[in-house]
Write a protein that binds this ligand. Structure first.
Ligand SMILES: *[C@@H]1O[C@H](CO)[C@@H](O)[C@H](O)[C@H]1NC(C)=O
Ligand SMILES: *[C@@H]1O[C@H](CO)[C@@H](O)[C@H](O)[C@H]1NC(C)=O
Length: 244
């Protein structure tokens, strides 16, 4: 699909600099501002958004996931969700979900909807109800610039590991799985898969399968890669990156 190609090409130069930044840990990976309306300073939406953000910062760290909606009037409600990576401690989760809204408000000022991703968490809000629906509109890829020496076999193993982890994640109560696979050259492939917990188990599986099918577009023959969306994501590397 030409649009997918264009998308990856555009993101390629971005990910180059993003990789350098994110090796230090706390900078955002990516963000999107939604196409929806803007709100104004001191408007009811602004105050609802503030309440929503406070609520998500409070709710999320204990379980690694939070959803909230604020407001009575259907047309004025704010909906939000925060998710921490499945292996992240409550305190690292709290740091991440506290930092995310500050950054997002800076990057998408007065926008009624936005989404931002970090290594440790994602944070999303919108002026319409998006809970329980697979997010097909917010998605990006990242990949390690290094090429593997045997792409065909490596790609096969990568798909095998991620498919196993998708099978594990969708039946897990946190919709999360991590694991590893030995490669022939005494290297190990490490991976994780995760969905937001507003999705049904079946939709989690569907979201991850769709993401895994993007492997050839995203990370063909690359030592590491991620497909990240508003509803699910995977990551694989040839070094351990999950805390356990
Ligand atoms: C919202 O504000 C941004 C930045 O000020 C502007 O570029 C955009 O056109 C506005 N969007 C709408 C829907 O008014
Ligand atoms: C990986 O392969 C691509 C395509 O063949 C090439 O353009 C790129 O320079 C290679 N990357 C590295 C780090 O060698």
């Amino acid at each position: 699909m030409p649009s997918t190609k264009l998308f990856s090409t555009l993101l390629f130069s971005l990910t180059l600099s993003l990789f350098l930044q994110t090796s230090f840990g706390a900078d955002p990976l990516f963000h999107f501002c939604s196409n929806s309306q803007n709100f104004t300073s001191n408007s009811p939406y602004e105050s609802k958004l503030k309440t929503l953000i406070t609520s998500l910062i409070y709710k999320t760290p204990s379980t690694g996931f939070g959803v909230a909606s604020v407001g009575q009037d259907q047309n004025q409600k704010a909906y939000g969700l925060a998710l921490c990576r499945g292996d992240v401690s409550a305190s690292d989760c709290k740091t991440c979900v506290s930092e995310a809204p500050k950054e997002i408000l800076d990057r998408c000022p007065y926008n009624k909807g936005a989404i931002i991703w970090y290594d440790y968490c994602m944070f999303k809000y919108l002026d319409s109800d998006f809970f329980g629906q697979i997010d097909y509109s917010n998605r990006f890829y990242m990949w390690n610039l290094n090429n593997v020496s045997d792409p065909a076999s490596f790609n096969y193993k990568t798909r095998e590991l991620l498919s196993q982890l998708a099978q594990k994640a969708y039946v897990n109560n946190k919709l999360y799985a991590s694991g590893e696979l030995k490669l022939e050259n005494s290297e190990t492939l490490y991976g994780l898969t995760q969905c937001t917990r507003d999705l049904s188990s079946d939709d989690c599986k569907k979201c991850l399968d769709d993401a895994i099918n993007e492997l050839p577009n995203c990370c063909d023959g690359k030592e590491g890669g991620r497909v990240v969306s508003g509803s699910c994501n995977f990551r694989y590397e040839i070094y351990p990156f999950v805390k356990e």
